[in-house]
Ligand binder design. Structure first.
Ligand code: SIN
Ligand code: FE2
Length: 205
C-alpha cells in the first residue's frame, strides 16, 4: 500500500535527542513559572473552555477568547510580554525551513490526561505561506493529518518525544488534529502529559 501524504508534510522522528528535549523543556518550565503561566483559552462566540492549556514564546503569542483567535504581544493574564524565543527554537527553524525570516510566535500547548485537539487548519497568521514547525515533548500522541477539506481521508501518525513535524507548501493548509495522548508513557515532563511547541511566522516578511 502506498500512503500519499500532502506535499510539504515532513515527519522527522527522533529529531531531538533527550538532552535537547530536556533543554527545551527547561525553557518551557522557566517561562510558565515566570511571566507566562499556562492559561486556558476559550472558543470564540461560545466561550467554551479549550481543554489544552497554552502559553507562548516570542514577540507574538496565539490567544483564544470569546472575541476570537489572534496573536497578541502580551500574556492575557499577566499583561507581560511573552518570554523571548529560545535560540534553540530559532536554530531548529533555520535547519528545517528555507524561510527568509524567523518565526514570531511559538505556541506552547500542554496536553494533560484525556486532552485532544479537534481537526483544524491554522489560519490566524497573515503569512499563510510560511511553514509551521511542530515539536513534540513528553507523552506520545496520535496525530491525524487530513487534506485541505474537512471530512476527507486522513492518516494517523504516532508522535513521540523529540519528533518534529513540518507543515509547508500544500500541507500548510491541511486539516490536522490530535486524537489522543498516550498518557503516562514518558518521563520527560515532571507533571506528566505532552508539550507541543509550534513555531509560526505571523506577519509577511
Ligand atoms: C496543532 O497543530 O494544533 C497541534 C499539533 C500537535 O499537538 O502535535
Ligand atoms: Fe494546528
Amino acid at each position: 500500500m502506498t500512503v500519499k501524504l500532502p506535499d510539504g508534510f515532513a515527519y522527522l522522528p527522533e529529531y531531538l535527542d533527550r538532552p535537547a528535549q530536556k533543554a527545551l523543556l527547561a525553557h518551557v518550565s522557566e517561562a510558565v513559572r515566570g511571566d507566562a503561566p499556562f492559561f486556558q483559552g476559550r472558543m470564540p462566540r461560545t466561550g467554551q473552555a479549550i481543554s489544552v492549556v497554552g502559553s507562548n514564546f516570542g514577540s507574538l503569542g496565539w490567544v483564544a477568547d470569546i472575541k476570537g483567535y489572534r496573536y497578541e504581544p502580551l500574556h492575557p493574564k499577566t499583561q507581560k510580554p511573552w518570554p523571548p524565543m529560545p535560540q534553540i527554537l530559532l536554530d531548529i527553524w533555520d535547519e528545517l525551513t528555507n524561510y527568509p525570516v524567523p518565526p514570531e510566535a511559538c505556541l506552547i500547548n500542554w496536553y494533560r490526561e484525556g486532552n485532544k485537539m479537534g481537526m483544524h487548519v491554522d489560519r490566524d497568521e497573515h503569512d499563510l505561506n510560511a511553514p509551521i514547525v511542530s515539536i513534540s515533548l513528553g507523552d506520545p500522541a496520535r496525530y491525524r493529518l487530513g487534506g485541505p477539506k474537512r471530512g476527507g481521508n486522513t492518516h494517523a501518525l504516532k508522535l513521540s518525544s523529540g519528533d518534529v513535524v513540518v507543515l509547508a507548501g500544500a500541507a500548510r493548509k491541511c486539516y490536522h488534529g490530535v486524537d489522543k495522548i498516550f498518557y503516562g508513557r514518558s518521563t520527560l515532563v515532571p507533571k506528566g502529559g505532552r508539550i507541543n511547541l509550534t513555531l509560526r511566522r505571523v506577519n509577511k516578511p
